[in-house]
Design a protein around this ligand. Structure first.
Ligand code: C2E
Ligand code: MG
Ligand code: MG
Ligand code: MG
Length: 292
């Protein structure tokens, strides 16, 4: 009986694996077509200066609108894109589109707006990130200091000398460098000090419970102090409540992003919110319902 059960379990297991692999492959080929057909789009989430409550920047977040599947979340397709290498053309499209959009807004009279773009580890290692960024800045006319690249800690654990060299060349283009989801990876504090990083983005998983959980509060406190000591800015991700905001301000965090201010918005809605926020001099940014 045991043998029989084992065989059945094995058959079930391999059928399940086949189904999963098949689903991944199907998603991958749909995604590849989507890239060619231009079915990707960007949403922009405001980044707020906590002292003035004004929008100082935006993070570009990719979306995929499929005719049958509807709006597919990046949580679902970014892993597929990473696995298949599609993240390289996707990441390049995102960078070009975000820079193009922000340069357009600048030409329409918006002051210095920082655009933050996510860069995956594969994009960083397999392609020539410096040359890509240089070319896109030149092509769109966006000044380097208006672009911030969000890197993950996983990028920083490879060959330190090679990474340091790449980061320096990126800094030479004037771009800002942020570490995304800081605290969730394994970055070495010794390297962090050597690398020319401008900003630490405190992961939303730590921000979520800062008000009720002393451990999370201690972690956030420590990251903000670390940022201060290393002369890096800190931005809190996923801020949803006024009490989280109050805690962050007391701790000396200067920037935030989260549903309390706004969800990621289509370009037109972001522009409208930005203009409204400027008109409300010194007032609070209003939360706006979002498409996603
Ligand atoms: P991320 O870069 O850490 O982006 C922040 C995510 O948190 C976004 O999810 C955003 O919508 C969400 N978020 C923002 N504020 C709040 C809040 O107050 N509460 C909660 N619960 N969530 C909030 P999204 O847009 O689904 O993106 C998920 C992840 O997908 C991103 O995490 C990033 O790792 C990846 N991603 C998105 N766009 C790109 C891209 O263009 N390139 C690459 N390589 N990765 C991307
Ligand atoms: Mg990010
Ligand atoms: Mg993040
Ligand atoms: Mg994240």
């Amino acid at each position: 009986h045991a043998k029989q059960a084992g065989r059945n379990a094995y058959r079930f297991f391999s059928e399940q694996m086949n189904a999963d692999a098949h689903e991944r492959l199907a998603l991958q080929s749909r995604l590849s077509q989507a890239v060619e057909r231009g079915e990707l789009l960007l949403h922009y989430q405001p980044q707020i200066d906590l002292r003035t409550r004004r929008i100082i920047g935006a993070e570009a977040l990719v979306r995929w609108r499929d005719r049958e599947l509807g709006l597919v979340s990046p949580a679902k397709f970014i892993p597929v894109a990473e696995e298949s290498g599609l993240i390289i053309p996707i990441g390049e499209w995102v960078l070009r589109e975000a820079c193009r959009q922000v340069q357009l807004w600048r030409e329409q009279g918006l002051p210095e707006l920082l655009i933050a773009v996510n860069m995956s580890a594969l994009q960083f290692k397999r392609s020539d990130p410096v040359e890509t960024v240089r070319q896109i800045l030149e092509e769109t006319g966006l000044p380097g200091h208006c672009l911030e690249l969000e890197l993950t800690e996983s990028i920083l654990i490879d060959d330190a000398n090679l990474i340091l060299e790449t980061l320096r060349r990126l800094k030479a283009l004037g771009v800002q460098l942020a570490i995304d989801d800081f605290g969730t990876g394994y970055s070495s504090l010794a390297y962090l000090k050597r690398f020319p990083i401008d900003k630490l983005k405190i992961d939303q998983s730590f921000v979520r419970d800062i008000v009720d959980d002393a451990d999370e509060a201690a972690i956030v406190h420590t990251i903000i102090q670390l940022g201060r000591n290393l002369k890096m800015r800190t931005l809190a991700e996923g801020v949803e409540t006024e009490s989280q905001l109050a805690f962050l301000r007391v701790e000396g965090c200067r920037e935030a992003q989260g549903y309390l201010f706004s969800k990621p918005l289509p370009a037109d809605d972001f522009l409208a919110l930005f203009r409204q926020g400027r008109a409300l001099a010194g007032g609070s940014i209003q939360s706006v319902p979002s498409a996603v």
